[in-house]
Design a protein around this ligand. Structure first.
Ligand SMILES: O=C(O)CCC(=O)C(=O)O
Length: 246
């Protein structure tokens, strides 16, 4: 990992709810991640439970891989890396617990969009000391469905939700935020770059209609002190029942 000014990282994270880190993984690490994902999808995925993935509308291309930390030792070890957990600890205000390793593959031509949401509608944690490290494995350009973030939106808390009907992203926001897309933070990334976003930061992404895949690997952590909020959990359970991920 690149040398990081951790004081500035924490300040920016607290004020914006999202930060960008260039060269979070080296090009060798990106190549290794990419090779293991391809191997896992082709050799292992068929033997895993259905909730290990969400498919795109063609019913064969992978939209998301879920629970990689349970199903794959390479990705569990990556998520448990000490240098990453040391970086994350101040951001989650405590001891980081790895809760998920997943992908948003956004494949070429058919990669679906992700509606406006706050991750805590899925994670349901209080206090919201939970975050996602989103690592670009492919280049993320303006054209292939980058993630847009509303900086500072994590300070507002959880906003009303509604079921979205999108497989893999079943719960979205009841109302769009006021900030026009031109003022949102568009995360344009080279392979190996990463963003870290707090679980109540509003974000979304468009479909990928280009010839270039836009695969992101996500490491999700919470502070060991967070607890499940039953009201958030009930809303999520209803949305997930209406549009199951698999
Ligand atoms: O990768 C995307 O397009 C969306 C990612 C996302 O929603 C997330 O990181 O929570």
């Amino acid at each position: 990992m690149n040398t990081i000014n951790t004081t500035k990282l924490l300040d920016d994270y607290e004020s914006d709810g999202v930060v960008l880190i260039r060269s979070f993984l080296s090009s060798e690490e990106v190549t290794a991640v990419s090779a293991e994902l391809n191997r896992y999808i082709h050799n292992d995925l068929a033997s895993k439970p259905l909730n290990a993935r969400t498919l795109e509308k063609d019913e064969k291309t992978v939209r998301n891989l879920w629970r990689l930390e349970e199903h794959n030792e390479f990705f569990r070890a990556l998520g448990e890396r000490e240098d990453i957990k040391v970086l994350i600890a101040p951001l989650v205000h405590g001891e980081p617990i790895l809760v998920g390793v997943e992908t948003f593959n956004k494949p070429a031509r058919i990669g679906s969009g992700v509606p406006y949401h706050q991750d805590n509608a899925y994670f349901c944690q209080t206090p919201p000391d939970m975050l996602t490290v989103w690592i670009a494995i492919d280049a993320v350009t303006e054209a292939n469905g980058p993630v847009f973030f509303v900086k500072g939106s994590h300070k507002v808390g959880m906003l009303p939700t509604k079921p979205s009907g999108v497989r893999g992203n079943s719960i979205g926001m009841a109302e769009m935020p006021n900030m026009p897309i031109s003022e949102q933070f568009c995360a344009l990334l080279a392979p190996g770059d990463a963003t870290i976003h707090q679980c109540e930061t509003i974000h979304h992404s468009a479909p990928n209609t280009t010839e270039h895949s836009r695969l992101g690997l996500l490491l999700v952590y919470r502070g060991s002190h967070t607890q499940t909020d039953p009201k958030l959990k009930d809303a999520y359970a209803a949305a997930a029942a209406a549009t199951p991920p698999a």
